[in-house]
Design a protein around this ligand. Structure first.
Ligand code: NAD
Length: 241
């Protein structure tokens, strides 16, 4: 039988859906035929948009249960919600600030993927994609100081590998995309550093949210079925030099 090379008929949840990468990903997944549920902070807009705080397990579980009650299945999940501290030297970083970043970037991914994963394991199939970062295991960003963000993203990579190994035999895949610099609101306070980053990027450009959405769509599709605990680094070559 031919594998399905689209996402036609798939039910997929995306967190951080109102953000730059999240919104582009939702557009791409809909273009590929999926029914997409958007989780983000802010008031519930109804329909396919649900108000969710990924740092709060109960909030994620409630929204995931609502999607499952409506659709009877959850085929894919994208854990994309994320935040970054604004250039805080490690020696000045408070425990509260460190914890705030991890509560969204690491606990949020844990809550999101395990919440969707429970439905996927019960139905015997599913594909989960986390958005980690080149800042996790591939480089230490410079000149900005962001030890909490970098640690959270390294945690996401390890979490993805662990869940992938635990669930692989039960039909559920877990993978990650690790983007380099992508021009979104997340980097709004760092525009003065763009020139420095680009000078270190062999392609000489930042990535677009649509570039990331395309990689995520690939990992959600059946044709990526042998990817298990992988992290697709996409950085315009930044970490090569
Ligand atoms: P963004 O700021 O445009 O979007 C982030 C979204 O996450 C926002 O809509 C925000 O409301 C949402 N969010 C934040 N906290 C939340 C919470 N507690 N619960 C639910 N939603 C929450 O940023 P982006 O660049 O689109 O980032 C998306 C993901 O990609 C993040 O995980 C980020 O770390 C990662 N990433 C971004 C870049 C980049 O250069 N922009 C590079 C590597 C990885």
């Amino acid at each position: 039988m031919m594998e399905n090379r689209t996402l036609q008929g798939r039910v997929i949840v995306v967190t951080g859906a109102s953000g730059g990468i999240g919104a582009a990903t939702c557009r791409r997944l809909r273009d590929d035929g999926a029914t997409v549920y958007e989780f983000d902070l802010g008031p519930a807009a109804g329909g396919f948009q649900l108000s969710v705080n990924v740092a709060d397990a109960q909030s994620v579980d409630q929204a995931m249960a609502e999607v499952h009650a409506r659709e009877g299945r959850i085929d894919g999940v994208v854990a994309g919600a994320g935040i970054v501290e604004d250039n805080v030297p490690a020696e000045e970083m408070s425990s509260e600030e460190f914890s705030r970043i991890l509560s969204v970037n690491l606990f949020g991914v844990f809550h999101t993927i395990t919440s969707a994963g429970r439905y996927m394991l019960a139905q015997g199939h599913g594909s989960c994609v986390a958005i980690s970062s080149m800042s996790g295991n591939h480089t230490v960003n410079t000149p900005q100081k962001q030890c909490a963000y970098n640690a959270s993203k390294a945690g996401v990579s390890a979490l993805v590998r662990s869940l992938a190994a635990e669930w692989a035999g039960r039909g559920v895949r877990v993978n990650a995309v690790a983007p380099g610099y992508i021009e979104t609101e997340l980097l709004a306070k760092k525009k003065h550093q763009f020139a420095q980053w680009l000078a270190h990027t062999p392609q000489g450009r930042m990535g677009s949210p649509a570039d990331v959405g395309a990689a995520i769509a690939f990992l959600l599709r059946e044709e990526s079925g042998y990817f298990c605990g992988s992290e697709l680094l996409m950085d315009g070559g930044y970490t090569l030099i």
